[in-house]
Each structure stands twice: as structure tokens, then as C-alpha cells.
Design a protein. Sequence first.
Length: 173
Amino acid sequence: MSAEALFLALLIFALRVFNNAIGTVRVVMITRDMRFWAAVLGFIEALTFVVVIAGVAKDLSNLPNLMAYCLGYAVGGYVGMAIEARYIVSYVEATVVSTIHGHDIAVALRERGYGVTEAHGSGRDGEVTILRSVIQRRDAADFKAAVHHIHAAAFVSLVEARAIEHGWLRQMR
């Protein structure tokens, strides 16, 4: 394999990683109703795609370019998710339903810095405590661990929060 052919395969790989990472971030922008930025990223994504596919489609028997294209797509998805997790703040609505220790869970969550609203309700088997909180997606594992440390069988539901206003949110780490 010549140096020029290797360079072309690496370029295809890098551009495909960039292309798919941009696409992943663009989808996040769409779900957040950030239309202008989604359109800008869509333009960049389409332009990059056309340039890359032109380099691959002209010779589909070129295995290194084809592999670079496919591997770039796979790695690009991973990179896009890493960008989203690291740089794009997203929130989830957390609901906890506990038949026992509900107040203790609320206290433990508050001690960890989460805002928690506590309510009481009736479930199939009797009285329950319902806890509601809005948390950063990256804190979801810590939140669930705190809940399950006190009540392993507590019901926890996490739902994407599209828009939030006011209230109390845990400080950024």
C-alpha cells in the first residue's frame, strides 16, 4: 500500500468520524428544539458526507477505503456520544416511588446536593412516598445508587427533560 493510498484511507476515516459525530450532536440539537444550530450542523454533515462518499464510491473494490469509511462511521457514533456526554448538559426527570424509607431516601439525596420534592400517595399495596427531582443525565448513576443504597427495591424512573425553568438544581461539578 502506497503512502498516498494510506493517507487517503486515513483521511476518509477521519472525515467519517467527524461526519458521524456531527450527526450525533445534530440529533441532540433537534431534540432540544435548537433549529438553527441543527440546520448549521446538518449542512456541515451533508457537505462532509458528500466529499467522503465521493472518495469511496468511485472504487468500491478499494478495501482499505471501504474499511476506513465503515470504521469511521462506527467510531464517529462513539465520539458523538462522548461529545454529548461531556459537553452538552442534559437533564432527566427522576421519579422514585418507595413503600418504605421514602423520607430517608429524600434526606440522603438532599445531602448529596439534589433537589427533591416529596409527596405521599397510594399504591397497589398501600401508602408510598413519591420523590421527584430534575438531575443532570451524567448524575443519573449516582442518583440511582443513593436511592438503592437505602431501598434496593425502590422504583426509579428517568425521563428526558426537554426544557426546565426555575427550581433548584445541583451545582455543576
